[in-house]
Design a protein around this ligand. Structure first.
Ligand code: IPM
Ligand code: MG
Length: 349
């Protein structure tokens, strides 16, 4: 198979971890006779420095022409004082929106080799799939500044249509059907009207998926339940904002945010794949970042965009084996560098 990949390495540790993931991908591609072509493009802070905007037109055009996009991370203190529409994060949001990637899939599972890195004292093995709505809600609602009764005000709006809720709901129910057949929808229906429509729509859908055990949960309770007993969850579906927050929380239970990959999907097979962590400016350039989240994102890409199951399994198994051999980067209690871990994973492929 020939695959054209758009690479958005981004800022901070982005370039290091994307390079690692590409080494792993190239090795797997050689073994299974696939041909991967990369186009590196500017996005985020590096694009601001070079062109003045976070998401140059060329970058977006190339992403639209590609078979899929692999992204490292964007942002950093250097660009923190820019106005909202010029921030590095706009690149990420812009690609998600323009490519119609409304479904963000974030698996959070506890690897047995990392069981003692979980900050909880008592924990049953957990394997959670978070399905986060990615192109709606407060991230994309009307927002702005205005003069109010007490001076300057700022506002952001959460708005969801029934259609948006239904399509993300279907992704989640279908995922639950293929896993342990349990879905928890997380909202704030005791306060927010948008959450009440969310809940009604999920309930309607649940009648079509009788084989899936469905429940809803308020987000504050969900934040607590994740700490109390993460093993109670199978698939979680939630809004853009709640998914952003809960996926960081869930990631920490796996030992490190450096472990969590993600897939962003829409109606076509083209997806964007990225670690859920940020650009970690504090360790950028030191070669000590954990590349596993990005490497596992590549595995998700092979599985979700190209149906290359064997190849995806090959990468995931190599990661598990490397962890079982107790080769760890600093974030999970080890001393290895990014390159050393990457070499071990490649050895284990
Ligand atoms: C994520 C990140 C992004 C988000 C930021 C960088 C815009 O936190 O992918 O979780 O909020 O979606
Ligand atoms: Mg986030």
């Amino acid at each position: 198979m020939r695959i054209n990949l758009a690479l958005l390495k981004g800022d901070g540790i982005g370039p290091e971890i994307v390079d690692s993931a590409c080494h792993v991908l190239d090795t797997v591609a050689r073994r299974y006779s696939h041909d991967i072509a990369y186009t590196s493009l500017l996005a985020g802070g590096c694009a601001i420095d070079a062109t003045g905007v976070p998401l140059p037109k060329e970058t977006l055009d190339e992403c639209l022409k590609s078979d899929s996009v692999l992204l490292g991370a964007v942002g950093g203190p250097k660009w923190d004082t820019l106005p909202g529409h010029l921030r590095p994060e706009k690149a990420l949001l812009g690609v998600r929106k323009a490519l119609g990637l409304y479904a963000n899939i974030r698996p959070a599972k506890l690897y047995s080799a990392l069981a003692d890195r979980c900050p909880l004292r008592v924990v049953d093995d957990f394997d959670i799939l978070i399905v986060r709505e990615l192109t709606g809600g407060i991230y994309f609602g009307e927002s702005g500044r205005r003069n109010g009764q007490y001076g300057e005000e700022a506002f952001d709006t959460e708005c969801y249509s029934e259609k948006e809720i239904e399509r993300i709901g279907r992704v989640a129910f279908e995922a639950a059907k293929k896993r342990n057949k349990k879905l928890t929808s997380i909202d704030k229906a005791n306060v927010l009207e948008s959450s009440r429509l969310w809940r009604e729509t999920m309930h309607k859908l649940s009648h079509e998926y009788k084989e899936v055990e469905y429940a809803d949960m308020l987000v504050d309770n969900a934040a607590m339940q994740l700490i109390k007993n993460p093993a109670q969850f199978d698939v979680i579906v939630t809004s853009n904002m709640f998914g952003d927050i809960l996926s960081d929380e869930a990631s920490q239970l796996t030992g490190s945010i450096g472990m969590l990959p993600s897939a962003s999907l829409g109606e076509s097979t083209r997806g964007m794949y990225e670690p859920i962590h940020g650009s970690a400016p504090d360790i950028a350039g030191k070669g000590i970042a954990n590349p596993i989240a990005t490497i596992l994102s590549v595995a998700m890409m092979l599985r979700y965009s190209f149906s290359l199951e064997k190849e995806a399994d090959c990468i995931e198994n190599a990661v598990v084996k490397t962890l079982d051999q107790e080769y760890f980067t600093g974030d999970i209690g080890g001393k290895m560098t990014n390159n050393e871990i990457t070499d071990k994973i490649i050895e284990n492929l």
